[in-house]
Design a protein around this ligand. Structure first.
Ligand SMILES: Cc1cc2nc3c(=O)[nH]c(=O)nc-3n(C[C@H](O)[C@H](O)[C@H](O)COP(=O)(O)OP(=O)(O)OC[C@H]3O[C@@H](n4cnc5c(N)ncnc54)[C@H](O)[C@@H]3O)c2cc1C
Length: 360
């Protein structure tokens, strides 16, 4: 186990924020974790588990240990006529994993192509894009307790996936390090390319039709998703960015009708058509709640393309906060707080950060 003191992680988070970890430990094999947990001094400090840093905003130097998960490897666990189960190291690069899957002609994660991050972080916030989520193919994770070093398998039910959330982001946040993830992939592709929005350029089917000829293969869909994302989203090589900064909010149907009076053709997604459940929806009844696009609210309020100092919003996507390399975590936080306040003042809707904000 290599321990670095006062270690800058500016290249290890996609906002490029230059903060230092008091201690930085790279976990490249399970023994590193065992050694770390055996070090009483280190494990008594605050800890943060870091994957690719593409969903995390650091505000200050971290007065504890940042554990960078770099556990690699892929193993085929079982296979039959229709499916294949693969176990993947948590530190594997997610987009490379998707490329590997589609290269084998397998499907289930093709709509999640070209999304930055690690395999281990995918179940934490239950990544999703273009109508597909990692939960669709997820089987289980193997995780190690940071409290006592015990290993535990969490099945899909136990992970309690919700919209951009799981037990690892809520009840057990920071308690377990995910070391391996299993996915069940299909040999008989059933593509879902129906994703659309009010912007026709976001039609996945259109990008697919223009870039490939039927019968489509998983690779064709992944390529179309990649092209669409390259067009629509900022490139993290050019800008600091963590994708969508805010979650799409849930509002009551009554509130939605009030918003429709102010915003033309405001879209909504009925909660009853979403496969995720949330405990707090049950009091009001799910059918009375809808999900609305946060980007549209921000767009209406003039945030798209707006810059304050080193922080701005991407011109094609009002939910994507982008930064110049000089931007500090505090500047980014101030900008996003101003976005939140303007939405609250104008529409009475609370925006909740999708990005994990680490303040100490
Ligand atoms: C340009 C861009 C576009 C994006 N588009 C999308 C999108 O379409 N859909 C979407 O869902 N997300 C999107 N994201 C967000 C991001 O890709 C995902 O959240 C990704 O899963 C983050 O992976 P990471 O390894 O970088 O996570 P990190 O930022 O390193 O960590 C995220 C969280 O997971 C925890 N964590 C990380 N690894 C582990 C582990 N091994 N064990 C336990 N906890 C862990 C961390 O402590 C932290 O709380 C986008 C990001 C960018 C930059």
């Amino acid at each position: 186990m290599n321990v670095h003191a006062d270690y800058s992680i500016s290249k290890l988070n996609t906002f490029g924020v230059d903060i230092k970890a008091k201690y930085f430990v790279e976990i490249s094999k399970e023994q590193d974790l065992v050694d770390f947990l055996g070090d009483e001094n280190l494990r008594s400090l605050p800890m943060f588990i870091l994957g690719g840093g593409s969903n995390t905003l650091f505000i200050n130097d971290f007065d504890g240990v940042i554990l960078r998960i770099n556990l690699l490897g892929k193993e085929i666990i079982s296979e039959d006529e229709d499916t294949l189960i693969v176990e993947v190291g948590a530190g594997e690069d997610w987009p490379q994993f998707v490329n590997w899957v589609v290269e084998q002609g397998l499907s289930g994660v093709e709509n999640l192509a070209y999304m930055p991050g690690t395999v281990g972080a995918a179940p934490v916030q239950n990544i999703a894009a273009y109508g597909q989520t990692q939960a669709d193919t997820f089987v289980s994770v193997e995780a190690m307790s940071l409290k006592d070093g015990s290993k535990k398998i969490f099945t899909k039910d136990q992970c309690k996936f919700e919209y951009r959330s799981s037990i690892f982001k809520r009840e057990l946040a920071g308690d377990y390090i995910i070391t391996k993830v299993r996915f069940e992939l299909s040999k008989d592709p059933q593509f879902d390319t129906n994703y659309h929005s009010r912007y026709s350029y976001e039609s996945l089917q259109k990008w697919l039709t223009e870039s490939a000829t039927p019968p489509y293969k998983p690779k064709d869909v992944a390529n179309a998703v990649t092209k669409l994302r390259q067009f629509k989203l900022p490139d993290v090589k050019d800008w600091g960015c963590c994708g969508s900064f805010f979650l799409n909010p849930f509002v009551t149907v009554e509130k939605f009708k009030e918003l429709q009076e102010k915003i033309d053709e405001l879209q909504f997604y009925p909660v009853t058509e979403m496969e995720y459940d949330r405990i707090d929806w049950h009091d009001t009844g799910k059918e009375q709640i809808v999900k609305i696009p946060a980007g549209r609210l921000l767009d209406e309020l003039g945030w798209k393309g707006k810059w304050i100092g080193n922080v701005g919003t991407f011109e094609r996507h009002a939910l994507c906060v982008i930064t110049k390399k000089e931007a500090s975590g505090k500047e980014i936080l101030d900008y996003t707080e101003a976005m939140k306040k303007s939405v609250m003042d104008a529409y009475g809707v609370e925006l909740i950060s999708e990005v994990r904000v680490v303040k100490s």
